[in-house]
Design a protein around this ligand. Structure first.
Ligand code: WAQ
Ligand code: MG
Length: 249
């Protein structure tokens, strides 16, 4: 699903991204899933959309089964503290200073993208073909039994929310992609101030106070190896069907 709002009454005006979501569903879950997506688009904190598009595609391949990343939270007391934590985590994962700087420009930009930017971990070059749209991770789902157990696990930590679940799932697919070394995410929802850094090794690390309350800025960045095959990575993230079938280690 994707929902947007035009910036003026002119029909050709630039569309601002309101919300988007995707999933992998069994046939009998489809109607319910679509209704939920529409409800979500129409009650989004970024505003009322004037365009909602729902795309449904049948998947012919058997999904690859992946594990969910282990998760933890760093309770940063301020945005400054959070920024330092983000830099340290990305640097530990092998992302250069320049690449971190370029990633932060995307994460703090007022021109929110619908998808993510791909940044080369050494040179910091932005490599997504469409800089306005970015790369949209799709075709990802979770096995029913694992979904229930994940809810219980998250509830035990007081974080059983759709936002956390979906972000953990997305980060797990991204981390399962060969060539990706780290991800940074800052929500573009005005009141969601917890973001995360995820890496295949360190897992999904939630970071409190990553942005100011009320800000419409936000973004996602996938840091990839300098010599990575970008076309293969984009194809995997956008097209490869993946199902989470294992709880975090
Ligand atoms: N693929 C690629 N990029 C995406 C996708 C996707 N499927 N969905 C969102 N983005 C990008 C897009 O640029 C958005 O502007 C940005 O990420 C933020 O998206 O554990 O809600 O959906 O408490 O606002 C983090 C949860 C929540 C932390 C992140 O992101 C926690 C969130 P949002
Ligand atoms: Mg959002």
């Amino acid at each position: 699903m994707r929902a947007s709002k035009s910036e003026s009454l002119d029909l050709k005006a630039r569309q601002t991204h309101i919300s988007g979501a995707e999933g992998l569903y069994a046939r009998d879950e489809l109607n319910h899933a679509v209704v939920n997506y529409i409800l979500r688009a129409r009650t989004h904190p970024r505003g009322e959309p004037d365009n909602i598009t729902v795309t449904i595609e049948k998947i012919y391949e058997k999904p690859a089964i992946i594990s969910l990343l282990p998760f933890s939270t760093i309770e940063c007391p301020s945005k400054k503290h959070a920024a330092g934590t983000v830099k340290k985590l990305l640097s530990d994962a092998g992302v250069s200073e320049k690449a971190i700087r370029n990633g932060l420009l995307v994460a703090n930009s007022s021109k929110t993208m619908r998808g993510a930017s791909i940044v080369l971990a050494g040179s910091g070059t932005r490599s997504e073909p469409d800089k306005k749209r970015g790369v949209r991770v799709s075709r990802l789902g979770i096995e029913k039994g694992i979904d229930k157990r994940l809810s219980l696990l998250l509830a035990r930590h007081g974080i059983n929310a759709v936002t956390v679940k979906e972000a953990l799932l997305l980060a797990s697919k991204v981390a399962s992609c060969k060539g990706v070394i780290a991800e940074l995410c800052v929500s573009d929802d005005p009141d969601y101030t917890t973001g995360y850094v995820a890496t295949p090794k360190a897992g999904y690390i939630r970071i409190a106070n990553i942005k100011d309350k009320g800000s419409l800025r936000g973004g996602r960045i996938f840091f990839v190896r300098e010599e990575a095959d970008i076309a293969r990575i984009i194809n995997y993230l956008e097209k490869k069907a993946v199902l989470a079938g294992k709880l975090p280690a």
